[in-house]
Design a binder for this molecule. Structure first.
Ligand SMILES: Nc1ncnc2c1ncn2[C@@H]1O[C@H](COP(=O)(O)OP(=O)(O)OP(=O)(O)O)[C@@H](O)[C@H]1O
Ligand SMILES: [Mg+2]
Length: 435
């Protein structure tokens, strides 16, 4: 936005603040009749992005503006595709209106101040890690570190060294000592995600570390004390692993001094409108879009869907809808999968009765791409589309294999573990394919 200085009579700062508060606030270039550097400095202090003397040659002014536009476009692209962390996890993220969440809501405030070991159970994507992080940052250990270790994603032989560290020479390749996560989390919280994946032979060592607050790095003769709060998580009932002999009963009892089960989203659909309305402005801002709401019909579809991937899937659907939406409001058409026109399984999303603007979409219709994607780089578009195709492919395999991971992984020619990893990233749950 180019402003002549006469427009800025009165408080420049107030006008700049008003402009900056817009969702898509413009870059402001002021053409000043004054060549005085002090006047220019004051205008920049008040929030103008650039101040140019109006006596400059037109060519010079054009160069400055082109550079500013280029910078903005690069920044917008970066923001658009960069993975954005959600705002700091807070306990208030989990506030619920639903009676299905009542016992969960009763228990959580009590565990925040305590030092007890905590076991969080719940399906994938319900927010176990987010809750653990919120408990840490609102509890007495908030000055220490919150360290999250996904035991399911680590090869078995690395879990021990990751947890407890090792000393130089402990094994071939240990050319220097390395601290383990217990030590790194000293005075803080150690979050052991997918704790059921820890092999039985290591469970004894973990139990000892938790009970005696002491760890012994691999290859060391000495142990040392650590002060760590343990929060463990599992996306299947850990007790079933105890029954099947894959998890030690004594460790289970030690971890589950307090057990909190986070219910799946389908058990508290009353919360979906609040979650959606809280997410839209947040994600919209993160992506630099102006979407600020959702139509009644679209909200209705979200409320009726069963959300096998829980909060993770809901967030992904909203983010995708915001990317596809050129208006202020998300509508049915933005929730649809471009090829299937369904949102997950079970809920059909009808085509919009009259597409909003034929002239805008016609030229790109055969590509099934929103027009503004043509302004993006190939690598970004490719990454986004591959994500979608990969999800459809894996869902197809799981449907054919009736949820049997081994069979699906075999067909895909990858290891079960890496299929699990992909499913998690894509928000796919095998249980959804069992029937
Ligand atoms: N109450 C919430 N409000 C907003 N976003 C949430 C909430 N709970 C979880 N999320 C988001 O959903 C996604 C999944 O959450 P998280 O990783 O904590 O789930 P999880 O239960 O640990 O899943 P998994 O078992 O697959 O590891 C994250 O992006 C998280 O920020
Ligand atoms: Mg997790």
């Amino acid at each position: 936005m180019i402003i002549s200085q006469s427009f800025l009579k009165g408080s420049v700062k107030e006008k700049m603040d008003a402009l900056q508060s817009e969702v898509d606030s413009p870059a402001t270039v002021v053409l000043s009749d004054s060549a005085d550097p002090a006047t220019h400095a004051q205008l920049m202090t008040d929030g103008c992005d650039a101040v140019l003397y109006s006596g400059l040659a037109v060519e010079q002014i054009r160069n400055v503006i082109e550079t500013i536009l280029e910078k903005r476009s690069r920044l917008a692209q970066k923001r658009f595709f960069a993975p954005q962390p959600l705002a700091e996890p807070r306990l208030s993220d989990f506030v619920s209106q639903s009676s299905g969440m009542a016992s969960f809501m009763n228990l959580v405030p009590r565990v925040v101040q305590s030092e007890s070991t905590l076991l969080l159970e719940g399906e994938t994507g319900v927010g176990k890690e987010r809750l653990a992080s919120a408990i840490h940052s609102e509890g007495p250990r908030s000055n220490g570190r919150f360290v999250a270790l996904n035991c399911g994603a680590l090869p078995e032989h690395l879990i021990e060294s990751e947890l407890f560290g090792y000393v130089r020479g402990a094994f071939t390749g240990a050319t220097a000592s390395r601290r383990g996560w217990f030590e790194i989390a000293h005075n803080g919280t150690l979050f052991l995600d997918e704790v059921g994946e820890i092999p039985v032979h290591l469970q004894v060592k973990l139990l000892r570390a938790i009970q005696e607050h002491e760890v012994q790095p691999i290859g060391s003769e000495k142990s040392f004390s650590v002060d760590v709060r343990i929060i463990a998580a599992s996306n299947r009932p850990l007790e079933s692993d105890v029954e099947s002999g894959h998890f030690r009963r004594d460790l289970y009892h030690r971890l589950s001094v307090v057990k909190v089960v986070i219910p799946p989203l389908r058990e508290h659909p009353e919360d979906i409108p609040t979650l959606v309305n809280r997410h839209i402005p947040y994600i919209s801002r993160q992506l630099g879009r102006r979407v600020s709401g959702i139509s009644e019909k679209a909200m209705d579809v979200l409320c009726r869907y069963s959300w096998p991937g829980n909060l993770r899937e809901l967030n992904n659907v909203i983010e995708r809808a915001i990317l596809l939406c050129d208006d202020m409001e998300i509508d049915l058409v933005h929730l649809a999968d471009p090829s299937e026109r369904t949102l997950g399984k079970g809920i059909s999303v009808q085509k919009a009765e009259s597409p909003r603007d034929h002239s805008e979409t016609d030229s790109t219709h055969h590509l099934r791409l929103p027009k503004h994607w043509l302004g993006k780089q190939l690598k970004d578009v490719r990454e986004y589309l591959l994500f979608d195709l990969e999800r459809q492919y894996i869902e197809g395999l799981l449907i054919a294999a009736k949820g049997r991971i081994g069979e699906a992984a075999n067909k895909a020619g990858i290891l079960e573990r890496s299929l699990y990893g992909k499913m998690k990233k894509l928000g796919i749950r095998k249980e959804a394919f069992r029937s």
